[in-house]
Design a binder for this molecule. Structure first.
Ligand SMILES: NC(=O)c1ccc[n+]([C@@H]2O[C@H](COP(=O)([O-])OP(=O)(O)OC[C@H]3O[C@@H](n4cnc5c(N)ncnc54)[C@H](OP(=O)(O)O)[C@@H]3O)[C@@H](O)[C@H]2O)c1
Length: 167
């Protein structure tokens, strides 16, 4: 499976339940990767979407431990075991883990590739992605040119995991 995230210079991903920055090129790249594929997300990330609705034109799998939680037009998995059972119905490279922090942390060992947008800034983040530069199994394999939107510099990065776990 893949992971997709935007991170600041300190691997921050969110603050106060929201994203750190909104950059149209980042949103476009997210859409291009995930459209018509499977997205895996935590319940708190779903709550940040407009009307707390699943992403259109994608198979949404939402993680929640609440047995009463339901979401129209989405699957709900109540544990990692339930999630993996659902994921066995899909091709590994069509699956994208889209956050938030708790879901990235749990599923990172199973991901083969991470598509990151690096914001060249430091925010007062309260949610983080594990530092892939400090993870022996992960290597940076691609880096775009540096781009800029509204005074914010950003770069697209690809990391690959040489030892992804089977699920
Ligand atoms: N920069 C980015 O690319 C990016 C992407 C996505 C999100 N974010 C940010 O990340 C933050 C949210 O992250 P977060 O860590 O607070 O929340 P989260 O990971 O989105 O959601 C956490 C919730 O997911 C459910 N969950 C997690 N693991 C589970 C498991 N193994 N089994 C069943 N349910 C499970 C639980 O829901 P219940 O409480 O219902 O049990 C848990 O409270 C926000 O600031 C958001 O904007 C950033």
């Amino acid at each position: 499976m893949n992971l997709i995230a935007s991170v600041d210079e300190n691997w921050g991903i969110g603050a106060d339940g929201q994203l750190l920055a909104r950059v149209p090129a980042d949103m476009r790249q997210f859409r291009q990767h995930t459209l018509h594929h499977v997205v895996v997300l935590g319940r708190l990330t779903l709550a940040t979407f407009p009307h707390a609705a699943p992403l259109p034109e994608r198979t949404n799998i939402i993680l929640s431990r609440d047995p009463a939680f339901a979401c129209p037009d989405a699957y709900v998995a109540h544990s990692q075991e339930e999630l993996f059972a659902l994921l066995h119905g899909y091709a590994d490279d069509e699956i994208y883990v889209i956050g938030g922090a708790s879901v990235y942390r749990q599923l990172l060992p199973y991901c083969r590739r991470a598509y990151l947008t690096r914001f060249h800034a430091v925010y007062a983040a309260d949610r983080f992605l594990p530092n892939l530069d400090a993870a022996a199994a992960w290597q940076l394999t691609a880096c775009s040119e540096r781009m800029r939107h509204a005074g914010l510099d950003f770069t697209f990065l690809t990391y690959e995991n040489s030892r992804p776990l089977a699920y």
